[in-house]
Design a protein around this ligand. Structure first.
Ligand code: HSE
Length: 294
């Protein structure tokens, strides 16, 4: 039997749209074996009532992509999906299914595909590299596509900071959150984002945190997606009030992430109190960086 543990990811980090991502310590686990002649899928945990258990299951269809490339046809597959990553909240649940399925299929077939071949397949399946790359390699990554090739740099998590995720109780699909984006943005907004992305990466690499409030600002996607997230302004206000160094939309949302100083021990309780007045329920939790991917 093959067992794959794949981390959740938070993408964009504000201005690094479709480029930056961080693996965090919330995991989906896939246990899979070739068995019998049929497909049997059991889902435990997040999404257990909504995730399909047939051929359309994303983990299974991602496994098929690897089987197709290596020319393998298993008779039957039996798998259990133990999910901790909330579905459709901007925490890379789809990327985790894609990467987890591909890594599992590669292991079942004798590791015939290398890292870059898996990355290429995973990016083709997810459409952008900012979730699948950190899900596969861990850490914080900057990634881009050069034709079909996926180029990436993995960075160590910056010292002295930690992350808090703020997850509302409703789902938002990436498709829906991309539909609200404009086809073009003004050059001044592009410059705004490029400069902040550069400062953000430079700050992380040099261990500086004093510019993160500015470095996590964005004009490419967040202003358009803001209307999809109730209490956006309140959460930014309270997070800043209780010491967040920067706040950003996690991937395409609806979860938000706050960057905190390691010593900030009161943030979670204070934010829990602040969001308790909201109509929808928000889960506020501390997460750690995940240094290794699937
Ligand atoms: N970069 C993607 C987006 C991430 O923001 O649409 C999707 O999780």
């Amino acid at each position: 039997m093959v067992r794959v543990k794949v981390p959740a990811t938070t993408a964009n980090i504000g201005p690094g749209f479709d480029c930056l991502g961080i693996a965090i310590d919330i995991y989906n686990t896939i246990e899979v074996e070739e068995y019998g002649e049929e497909l049997y899928i059991k889902v435990v945990g997040e999404g257990c009532n909504e995730v399909p258990c047939d051929q359309t299951n994303l983990v299974y269809s991602s496994m098929q992509k690897v089987f197709d490339v290596v020319g393998y046809r298993p008779k039957g597959i039996r798998m259990t999906l133990i999910n901790e990553i909330p579905v459709a909240r901007g925490l890379g649940s789809s990327a985790a299914c894609i990467v987890g399925g591909m890594v599992a299929a590669n292991a079942l077939t004798g590791f015939r595909l290398g890292l870059h071949e898996l990355l290429k397949l995973a990016v083709q399946a997810d459409g952008h590299p900012d979730n699948v790359v950190p899900a596969l390699v861990g850490g914080m990554t900057a990634a881009c596509l050069e034709g079909e090739e996926v180029l990436y740099v993995k960075m160590d998590p910056p010292p002295g900071i930690k992350l808090a995720v703020m997850i509302p109780d409703f789902e938002l699909s990436t498709v829906q959150a991309r539909q609200v984006l404009p086809d073009a943005i003004p050059v001044k907004d592009a410059v705004f984002n490029i400069s902040r992305t550069a400062i953000l990466v430079a700050s992380f690499l040099t261990g500086r945190s004093e510019m993160l409030a500015v470095a996590t600002q964005d004009r490419l996607h967040q202003p358009y997606r803001k209307a999809l997230i109730p209490h956006w302004d309140d959460i930014f206000f309270y997070a800043g009030k209780w010491g967040a160094k920067g706040v950003f939309l996690s991937g395409s949302g609806p979860a938000l992430v706050a960057i905190l100083d390691e010593g900030n021990v009161t943030f979670i309780d204070r934010m829990k109190e602040a969001v308790s007045a909201f109509q929808e329920r928000w889960e506020i939790r501390m997460v750690d960086f995940c240094r290794n991917g699937a």
